[in-house]
Ligand binder design. Structure first.
Ligand code: SAM
Length: 206
């Protein structure tokens, strides 16, 4: 099993809040090489799902919990051209800015769920961004409520996250309530070098 990174080995037990922000600030320097060494597949999977369902590739989208911008680069490669990003870690955001694929980047709070209503997003991607070792479950509803009508939300839930039903329940409840329509729920590789998979969901806001 690859993973020579203590950051990667320990992240799934880090709790939210200020400790999470500090953890990613400390990881920012080595995050890209750690993830690439472990064959991080989820960004390309999520980007392909968003590009397939959004319709207009130039419409504004948000890369929620964008980290160092690996996810933004994948969205850019998939053809999306107007990409904003947000994250709680300034260290991660500084590296994301250096990737040169974002229109706007801003720092969020670990204590408040995403609220970007009124910004006109036609798509929101949460790539490795919600679940164990990342942002809490209420950001699923925050992302759905932040979309323009007809907008597409793509989110990956890794194997650790799927063990806790509260994350997927947020999606199934939004479908049952008629707030979104389901487009996709597909299992596949997340970090195959450490044997981890992820389910990629896509839903469209009504
Ligand atoms: C595993 S990284 C994923 C980063 C990027 N999307 C990628 O695919 O490489 C998780 C990111 O979530 C961010 N994060 C954690 N809690 C958050 C929260 N409550 N709101 C926004 N971002 C958060 C972390 O700072 C970190 O950059």
């Amino acid at each position: 099993m690859t993973s020579t990174s203590t950051f990667l080995d320990n992240i799934y037990s880090v709790d939210g809040g200020e400790g999470m922000r500090q953890y990613y600030d400390d990881w920012a320097d080595s995050y890209d090489s750690d993830l690439r060494e472990n064959d991080y597949r989820t960004p390309a999977r999520c980007a392909a799902a968003l590009a397939a369902h959004i319709g207009d590739l130039s419409a504004p989208i948000l890369d929620f919990a964008c980290g160092t911008g690996i996810s933004g680069e994948a969205l850019h490669v998939a053809g999306l051209t107007t990409i904003d990003g947000t994250d709680i870690s300034q260290g991660m955001l500084d590296r994301a800015r250096a990737k040169g694929v974002y229109r706007e980047l801003w720092r969020g709070s670990p204590d408040a769920p995403l609220n970007a209503a009124g910004k006109g997003y036609a798509g929101i991607a949460a790539v490795g961004a919600i679940g164990a070792g990342a942002a809490p479950a209420e950001n699923i509803d925050g992302a759905i409520d932040s979309l323009s009508p007809g907008g597409v939300f793509v989110v990956s839930l890794n194997d650790h996250t799927l063990e806790d039903p509260q994350f997927e329940e947020r999606l199934t409840r939004a479908i049952a309530d008629g707030r979104v329509d389901k487009l996709l729920a597909e299992d596949g590789p997340h970090l195959p070098a450490i044997g981890l998979g992820a389910r990629v969901w896509a839903v469209r806001r009504r």
